[in-house]
Design a protein around this ligand. Structure first.
Ligand SMILES: [Zn+2]
Length: 511
């Protein structure tokens, strides 16, 4: 039973981050103004299908129509269990969806069997075939008085205007970062998942406005850590890959301080760690964009960023003029475009950052070139001297015991190396967690047994990457995570059988 399903909101009040939509819908239901067709549009995971299910109960609750269905009457119970004959869910993206739409045209003519209205929820409505859409349109043109259609889609512009014009439209927005963090925190506490604030933000940014993705990541992260261990930003980076946010922030700080040597050093370290330079340029554009927003309208930032990050951005924005921020954005977007065409993203990034940092100084190409080589010389020297600890992580051939901390610090590089040889192992590696070093063996834990089998087949490749990166050979042993995986068998059952689903939902919601 996934966290997302377990915690699917059962009332409009529980639907987070969509206050405007919820208010309008609720007042329409309360005012007895029901439409025959609704269109819920918005990004994935923003709550469209959840809202459609709630609306179906609003309409058919024995105590309704009401904006606050009791969720306990016979009708609500059947709808929650997915056994209600008068409420049908159609996935337009599936093959069956096309047949369902055909069947719908006939079935919709008959009155509901036990409930007030027949409610059809059509998911991924933009995936309807031309034939399906035409068939559906016929129904929409003369909807029977006892039928309500709720269409959910991420791409409303793909639907025919003839359908759009017959629907009452509700636009769901991306869920704001702080709202998403708040919701994840509530769920983590209830599920006894130990996670710190940094990790919650890291998940929220990756989820990009979709709560379903956020909860899926939270669940995966929880399966990564051992009993009693707290999920940290490090766990999230290991589990889902680094986003380059940390490097982007360091670069931003160096740029503000006009420290060209530090800029080059950070880019160099990111390169060593296997960072994708285009992603890094994009992250950096995001960071400068935040500074611009902080200068223009600080209030807006609180929607896009965690509170701590919003404060940080406002502080940094104060150190630059608006013109300076705009200039950085120009240089970086240019670098991004150039990186795509030239195929040398790192060079484009270095050039853009140096042009920014060295602004106002003599910028003819020759002097810039001379400066770059001079700075590179300087950057290499202090890096080797001042940070020997950091260097041992990437080039520890000097010796010293291999600890699990060292393996974890180098894990991203090891992954990158293996993936460069065999890209298909990406999924398994993203769910692999270095657990311990015992003698000359590295124990790596995985969430599922099938992943263990796959990685075992490529043990030699992984061991050679480990040896390359760490400078010492280790035998790699893979272990499946036994914890909580007993639920693996009943889970698909629950997906198929609505009764089991409902029973699960009840069990999990009770404290
Ligand atoms: Zn009810």
């Amino acid at each position: 039973m996934s966290l997302y399903r377990t915690w699917r909101p059962r009332t409009f009040a529980g639907l987070v981050g969509q206050d405007a939509v919820v208010r309008t819908l609720a007042s329409a239901v309360e005012g007895g103004k029901l439409a025959h067709a609704y269109l819920f549009s918005g990004p994935r995971g923003s709550g469209k299908t959840s809202a459609a299910k709630i609306l179906a109960r609003c309409i058919n609750c024995a105590a309704g129509p009401t904006a606050e269905p009791d969720n306990t009457c016979e009708n609500c119970t059947a709808m929650l269990a997915g056994t209600a004959l008068d409420v049908l869910e159609i996935d337009a993206a599936s093959n069956r969806g096309i047949e369902d739409i055909r069947a719908l045209r006939e079935a919709v003519k008959f009155a509901p069997s036990t409930m007030r209205m027949k409610v059809y929820i059509i998911d991924e409505a933009h995936m309807l075939t031309k034939e399906g859409a035409n068939a559906f349109l016929k129904t929409l043109e003369e909807p029977p008085p006892h039928a309500v259609f709720i269409l959910a889609t991420t791409e409303p512009e793909k639907l025919p205007v003839t359908i759009l014009s017959r629907c009452q439209r509700y636009a769901f927005g991306r869920i704001a970062i702080p709202v998403m963090i708040g919701r994840m925190r509530e769920i983590a506490i209830a599920e006894r998942i130990a996670i710190d604030d940094g990790a919650l933000s890291a998940i929220a940014y990756r989820a990009d406005g979709g709560l379903r993705d956020a909860l899926t990541m939270l669940e995966q992260a929880a399966s990564f850590v051992t009993e009693g261990e707290t999920i940290s930003v490090e766990t999230i980076d290991l589990a889902f890959g680094a986003t380059g946010r940390e490097v982007a922030r360091a670069l931003l700080d160096h740029a503000i301080e006009r420290d060209a040597a530090a800029v080059l050093r950070s880019i160099d370290e990111a390169g060593d760690a296997g960072a994708d330079m285009q992603v890094l340029i994009r992250s950096l554009i995001g960071e400068f964009r935040n500074l611009l927003v902080a200068r223009v309208d600080p209030g807006l930032l609180s929607r896009d960023l965690a509170p701590e990050d919003a404060r940080r951005a406002a502080e940094r924005a104060g150190a630059l003029t608006q013109a300076q921020i705009v200039r950085a954005l120009h240089l970086l977007t240019e670098a991004l475009a150039m990186a795509r065409s030239s195929g040398h993203p790192r060079l484009e990034l270095e050039t853009a950052m140096l042009r920014y940092v060295l602004a106002g100084e003599d910028q003819t190409l020759e002097t810039l070139g001379a400066r770059v080589s001079a700075l590179e010389g300087r950057a290499a020297a202090p890096a080797a001297k001042a940070a020997p600890a950091a260097k041992t992580a990437t080039a520890p051939k000097a010796g010293g015991p291999i600890t699990i901390q060292r393996v974890r610090a180098a894990w991203q590089s090891i992954r990158t190396k293996v993936e460069s040889e065999r890209a298909t192992l990406r999924v398994q590696l993203s769910r692999a967690m270095p657990e311990a070093v015992e003698g000359h063996a590295l124990i790596v834990r995985l969430a599922d047994a099938w992943m263990v089998d796959t990685l075992r087949e490529h043990a030699a490749l992984i061991e050679s990457a480990v040896a390359d990166v760490l400078g010492a050979p280790l035998r790699v042993t893979f272990k499946a995570d036994a914890r909580g995986k007993g639920g693996a068998a009943p889970a698909p059952l629950a997906e198929e059988n609505p009764d089991v689903l409902f029973q699960y939902a009840n069990e999990r919601i009770k404290p």
